[in-house]
Design a protein. Structure first.
Ligand code: ZN
Length: 165
C-alpha cells in the first residue's frame, strides 16, 4: 500500500523551497546533492541578498560537490550569500573543499554532541556570530537528563572551516 510517509534507503532527490521577502531571499534545500542536481533555473532566479538553509542536506557525493561548487561560484546577481543551519554533511564538505562555500558567510551549523551520563546523542545548532570569532565550543544541556553534553568530534577537525570565516 503506498504511503507518502515511508522513506526507504533510496536517495532523496534534491529539491528546494524559495521564500522571498523584501531584501532577502531564503532557499531551503532538502535531499541529496549528486550528479542529478540541476541548479540552472535556481541560478537564474537568485538575486540580491540570499541565504541558503542547509539543515536537510544529508548527503553529497563527489559529482554533487562539483555541481555545487560550479553553482555557488557563478551567481552573477547575488550581492550577499550566506549559509545557515549547515548539516554535518555540509560541514564535512566545508572542511574538505575550500571553495565549497563560494563567497558565502557561514551563519550557523549543526554539531554532534553526546551526553556521557545517559548516552543521548544530539545535533545542536551553533550560531557562528555568537562565537565571537574564536573557536569556543558552546555547551548544551542534555534534553534527556540535563547533564552538560560533550562535543562528539575532534573540534580542530570539525570546526576547521571556521578559521576561514
Ligand atoms: Zn543525558
Amino acid at each position: 500500500m503506498p504511503s507518502a510517509d515511508v522513506r526507504g534507503p533510496e536517495p532523496v532527490a534534491l529539491s528546494w523551497r524559495i521564500k522571498e521577502r523584501p531584501g532577502m531571499t531564503t532557499v531551503e534545500f532538502v535531499g541529496e546533492i549528486d550528479e542529478n542536481a540541476d541548479f540552472v533555473e535556481l541560478r537564474r532566479r537568485l538575486r540580491g541578498a540570499v541565504a541558503f538553509q542547509l539543515a536537510e542536506v544529508r548527503r553529497i557525493n563527489s559529482c554533487g560537490v562539483r555541481e555545487w561548487v560550479n553553482f555557488v561560484r557563478d551567481l552573477p546577481h547575488v550581492t550577499d550569500l550566506s549559509f545557515s543551519h549547515c548539516s554535518p554533511a555540509i560541514v564535512t564538505q566545508l572542511n574538505m573543499i575550500y571553495n565549497f562555500r563560494g563567497n558565502a558567510r557561514i551563519r550557523s551549523f549543526y554539531a554532534p554532541y553526546v551526553c556521557e551520563k545517559c548516552g543521548q546523542e544530539e545535533e545542536k545548532l551553533v550560531d557562528v556570530s555568537a562565537q565571537g570569532g574564536g573557536q569556543v565550543i558552546p555547551s548544551f544541556a542534555c534534553s534527556q537528563c540535563g547533564a552538560t553534553m560533550e562535543f562528539d568530534d575532534l573540534p580542530e577537525r570539525y570546526l576547521s572551516f571556521l578559521a576561514e570565516s
